[in-house]
Design a binder for this molecule. Structure first.
Ligand SMILES: Cc1cc2nc3c(=O)[nH]c(=O)nc-3n(C[C@H](O)[C@H](O)[C@H](O)COP(=O)(O)OP(=O)(O)OC[C@H]3O[C@@H](n4cnc5c(N)ncnc54)[C@H](O)[C@@H]3O)c2cc1C
Length: 540
């Protein structure tokens, strides 16, 4: 039987020390050994029973229960004041054979994979690599768990691919302590798994697009995500270039995404008509404190996989965050006026080397993130058409009311179907400010104040935006979620309240959900919310 260790605690923190937050009990479940339960499906079902026991215990103690992954979120989205469950040891993968695929499925059978929640992006990439497959995209690094990624909507800069949740095609949720409380959800328009397989994981199937889309970016609140089915693709290589280009060209591309009409040309990346190719990935780095007429950009182009290519690690290892930034930012806390100077000096450390090139798989290109110290990250999603305007507004704020010990970047992501995905625009430009946590002082405003001012200036300039659920913000800003999502937020609550009993909706809530106004378990639930048809399975 899977085994859980429970540790009484007083506090818990994120990887990058964005807390600490109060906690009563930390629980860690380890799977039964292979020798005792040889079948992976049996071990998976055994783990489900254990999670149900933990949910029952939490309920009987009138306490909340929340799963978390790698603790990489910097907001308090992963925190629960009562009971938190660490998933990292729950990293099985279940084979999907031809017979396990739904007869109406349009997916290439060999591309479907089933992973338990605690698998990290790195573990999944390794498992897929063994089949000659790859994830379609990832974040900039690989330590997050799959359940953690989809719960906040993790993205890279894959313009025409989307975020991690966009290639998840099935969700296995534990929504309560009873045998009937295990559901497998997928889209009725895109079924993936056969009922016979779903029976093997002791789950009730619901094929319903709207419910699936609501549960996809769940903020950890649609029950315990036990497993996910994802669609992989054949392994490919990414040819990566770092260039310094004219600022106007970089910003025009950000706005139009029209690479063919741009004068951003890379030798070897020109199509048969002599036009620049559209990259797989486009990222712009910006130092807010210098008025450079050139920006550093990173572009990647997809190439067919071959086993013969030079080792990419010499280049890739060099281009990730270095600890030096931490030391120097500490100094800048004491001398805030010097921040712009330090960032300029640090540019070489923080930004990738100009004219750097590498060739590698997705797994090799988006590699480990070595920095483990205190850090902040703010990340706004805007329509790529608004990217130049929004960037200017945020940089003006940073210059006038800052400085802030951080550097800007822009990444670009295709629209997601998930109800609460922050990548909600046709192409969302994620404007990110990353840096090291600092203390408020006479000359430096706090991160909370800076976060609030960012929201205010974007609203003042009528720029529609979203915020990455896993990043720092003034999450209690009045009306924030309504401003960002409008009717979609109501939709999300409606599906959540229909799938979960009132008791379980309360158990799977947390302070973050209360703060942003998405829990509402004590509110009168409208009649239509309880409509059973809402979550009916629409395909057998
Ligand atoms: C170094 C670093 C680099 C980053 N790079 C990127 C990037 O490139 N792109 C990007 O978009 N973000 C990035 N982020 C943000 C980070 O990837 C996200 O916040 C992500 O959600 C963290 O995943 P996790 O496994 O650590 O989950 P956690 O932070 O532990 O949890 C996130 C959410 O998932 C829920 N959850 C986890 N497991 C389960 C489960 N089994 N069932 C139900 N709910 C669950 C939690 O309750 C919580 O709500 C980065 C963060 C760091 C620290």
């Amino acid at each position: 039987m899977a085994n859980t260790t429970s540790h009484p605690k007083t506090s818990w923190d994120t990887l990058h020390k964005n807390g600490p937050f109060d906690l009563k009990l930390l629980q860690i479940t380890q799977l039964e050994g292979k020798a005792n339960i040889p079948s992976a499906i049996d071990r998976y079902n055994d783990a489900a029973k254990e999670i149900q026991n933990l949910i029952k215990e939490a309920r009987d103690n009138n306490e909340g229960f929340r799963a978390y992954g790698a603790r990489w979120s910097m907001s308090s989205v992963a925190h629960q004041k009562d009971r938190m469950h660490y998933n990292s040891y729950m990293n099985l993968d279940l084979p999907i054979f031809s017979d396990d695929v739904h007869q109406a499925s349009s997916f290439e059978k060999s591309n479907l994979f089933f992973f338990q929640c605690g698998n990290t992006i790195k573990e999944i990439s390794q498992a897929l690599g063994a089949h000659g497959k790859s994830l379609k995209t990832s974040g900039a690094s690989n330590g997050q768990t799959i359940a953690g990624c989809i719960s906040t909507g993790v993205h890279g800069s894959a313009l025409d691919v989307g975020s991690i949740q966009d290639y998840v095609v099935g969700l296995n949720l534990i929504t309560g302590p009873n045998p009937e409380d295990i559901v497998y959800i997928e889209r009725h328009t895109k079924p993936a798994l056969a009922n016979s397989f779903i029976q093997k994981i002791n789950s009730k199937v619901i094929r319903n697009d709207e419910l699936f889309n609501a549960a996809l970016v769940s903020l950890g609140s649609f029950g315990f995500i036990h497993g996910v089915v994802l669609e992989a693709e054949d392994r490919f290589l990414l040819k990566r270039y770092v260039k310094k280009i004219n600022k106007d060209t970089a910003l025009k591309l950000a706005k139009t995404m029209d690479f063919a009409a741009s004068d951003f040309r890379i030798e070897g990346e020109i199509d048969v008509n002599g036009k620049p190719k559209r990259p797989y990935h486009y990222k712009v780095f910006i130092n807010p404190y210098i008025d450079d007429d050139q920006y550093v950009v990173e572009a990647m182009y997809k190439k067919p996989y071959t086993s013969r290519y030079p080792d990419p690690f010499n280049t890739i290892e060099k281009s990730v965050y270095r600890d030096l930034i931490y030391l120097l930012i500490k100094i800048s806390e004491k001398f805030p006026k010097r921040i712009p100077f330090f960032i300029k000096q640090l540019q070489k450390q923080i930004l990738p080397d100009v004219n750097e090139e590498s060739l590698g798989t997705l797994y090799e290109t988006f590699w480990d993130a070595p920095y483990q110290g205190p850090a902040f990250a703010c990340s706004f999603g805007v329509d790529s058409k608004d990217s130049e305007k929004a960037l200017k507004v945020l940089i003006d704020l940073t210059k006038k009311e800052g400085p802030i010990p951080g550097i800007y970047a822009m990444r670009f992501v295709k629209k997601s179907e998930a109800t609460l995905a922050f990548t909600k625009f046709p192409i969302t430009c994620m404007i990110e400010i990353d840096g090291v946590l600092w203390k408020k002082s006479r000359n430096l405003m706090s991160l909370k104040e800076f976060s609030k001012r960012m929201i205010q200036v974007l609203q003042h300039n009528n720029i529609p935006f979203t915020i990455h659920w896993g990043k720092n913000s003034d999450w209690g800003f009045p009306g924030l979620v309504e401003y960002m999502y409008g009717a979609r937020a109501k939709e999300w609550k409606k599906y959540r309240n229909s799938l979960l009993s009132k008791e379980m909706a309360q158990l799977f809530s947390n302070g973050f959900l209360d703060t942003v106004g998405l829990s509402n378990v004590n509110e009168e639930i409208e009649i239509e919310t309880l409509d059973e048809d809402l979550i009916a399975s629409l395909l057998d």
